[in-house]
Design a protein. Structure first.
Length: 479
């Protein structure tokens, strides 16, 4: 409610969960009280965030290019997918076979249905508004459906792992609501400074990247950005979370960009044989993000807590799988990774790098990013995992100072591979052929276009244009 740019949805991210888990392991090793130590880490981190905002440090986020954002986005996706697989493997190790198999069925079913329903906008059945509702709430509907499926008589098993949710609005362990930071000893307070710097670095990159992905120039937002003010508010909320003994929140990936997308009016622009999106505008508001937070609070009412306690962990694993793979959508790193395994004669990508960059350079640039994603993710699984936010921040100078001289990319190639947008507004103005998203060919009898819920026939001019596009040459890769 108090953010300068309210479209960025906040919550506890995967990297924050990894950081908290690593802090817990270290607190056990050093014989620190975990909650008190985590409280001081949050206090130091929040103070650093506020100071960064005061001194306009968020202006440096302009150096975070697509190279770094794509790696971080794929890292989040890999964390979601790995967490889902890890939970399913754990159930096969610690539960009976029939329980583990049911968990696998629920997870894959949730993932599949969420993916299918999320693609409802591309269906040829139902009206446009109905398809939009199905797509927006497909993931939630899948969780409800497969939570209910577990109660079918023929699927009942013993000890199906479910969410460990208390039946009343209370802390899980029964501790008090507040953490008194002044009961901590000097070693806990002083040693929390370094992890505080690390979590501040994580939030600096994580939140600002989430903000960047939610405020791309292509989105044509009317309200300007407010990076420093939002980051200051984020620092204040981190301090509050530290005193409450709960994980701090920041901009979510992919939820924040998906939230903006759900509010957008998008057209499809035809470029050769490929289609790309053009955002006409976004319904900018403070209600949707605030409503999401209110609904989360409503879920803490005791009757609903009991219902949440019925959700199998496997269903959440399926949801994590969906969120992970959904993060790859629109990520050019994922697009280029698929390009490696695609026949060059069958490439239908509208991005200019396909025509203007050597295939060798595309391949090397993509492999570098894949290796970095794997390396950073590998670090999160080691005792040095608490330092992984620093590695993420180092991606920025790696791209700016070392990538070009080490791997001998030309300046023009890096501009193409690391450009901000897929299609510019100037290209739209240059009379590119534009069509609404829902285009249907009914058995070859007539061409139709759906507009504002109604069906109208295309004019002969548009039909002839479509014929020209069908006969156009495929975009080929530059050798």
């Amino acid at each position: 409610m108090y953010a300068g740019q309210p479209l960025v949805v906040v919550g506890v991210t995967g990297p924050v969960s990894i950081f908290a888990h690593t802090v817990y392991d270290l607190s056990t090793k050093f014989d620190f009280n975990f909650l008190r130590w985590m409280c001081w880490i949050g206090l130091w981190g929040g103070l650093i965030n506020i100071l960064l905002a005061i001194f306009n440090a968020c202006s440096l986020v302009k150096y975070a290019t697509r190279f770094s954002c794509e790696i971080f986005g794929c890292l989040i996706a890999v964390i979601y997918i790995w967490s889902a697989i890890e939970e399913l493997v754990r159930q096969f190790r610690h539960y009976e076979t029939e329980t583990a198999l049911l968990s696998l069925l629920l997870a894959l079913g949730t993932f599949y249905f969420a993916s299918v329903l999320a693609a409802a906008r591309e269906w040829r059945v139902f009206r446009k508004q109905i398809r939009g509702i199905i797509a927006d709430y497909g993931a939630a509907a899948s969780v409800i459906i497969f939570t209910a499926i577990q109660f079918f008589q023929f699927l009942k098993v013993k000890d199906l792992p479910r969410l460990p949710v208390p039946h009343n609005f209370n802390t899980t362990s029964g501790r008090g609501w507040w953490i008194n930071p002044f009961t901590a000893g000097a070693p806990e307070i002083c040693s929390a400074i370094l992890p505080g710097i690390v979590i501040a670095a994580l939030f600096y990159f994580d939140h600002n990247v989430s903000s960047l992905l939610s405020q791309k120039p292509d989105f044509n937002l009317k309200k300007g950005s407010a990076f420093n003010w939002d980051y200051c508010v984020l620092g204040l909320t981190m301090i509050i979370c530290a005193i409450l003994g709960i994980p701090p929140t920041n901009g979510l990936i992919p939820q924040a960009p998906l939230h903006v997308r759900s509010l957008a009016k998008i057209k499809i622009v035809q470029k050769g044989e490929a289609k790309v999106e053009h955002w006409e505008g976004v319904c900018e508001n403070r209600v949707s993000a605030f409503g999401q937070s209110v609904l989360i609070g409503v879920c803490l009412v005791p009757p609903l807590l009991r219902i949440l306690g019925k959700i199998p962990k496997a269903v959440l694993s399926g949801l994590f799988l969906y969120m992970g793979f959904a993060s790859f959508i629109g990520n050019q790193l994922a697009e280029r990774t698929m390009l490696i395994f695609t026949d060059k004669d069958r490439v239908h990508i509208a991005s200019s790098y396909i025509k203007n960059v050597r295939y060798r350079s595309i391949l090397i640039f993509t492999i570098i990013q894949i290796v970095l994603v794997g390396a950073i993710f590998g670090v999160t699984k080691t005792p040095a995992g608490i330092s992984f936010p620093i590695l993420i921040v180092l991606l920025v100078p790696l791209r700016k100072y070392w990538l070009r001289p080490i791997f001998r990319f030309t300046k023009e190639e890096l501009q193409e591979l690391d450009s901000e947008s897929e299609i510019t507004s100037e290209e739209i103005d240059n009379k590119e052929v534009t069509m609404e998203t829902d285009i249907t060919d009914v058995s070859g009898e007539r061409d139709v276009i759906e507009e504002n819920g109604g069906i109208v026939e295309l004019t002969p001019d548009i039909k002839s244009t479509n014929a020209e596009l069908e006969n156009s040459d495929t975009i080929s890769l530059k050798e």
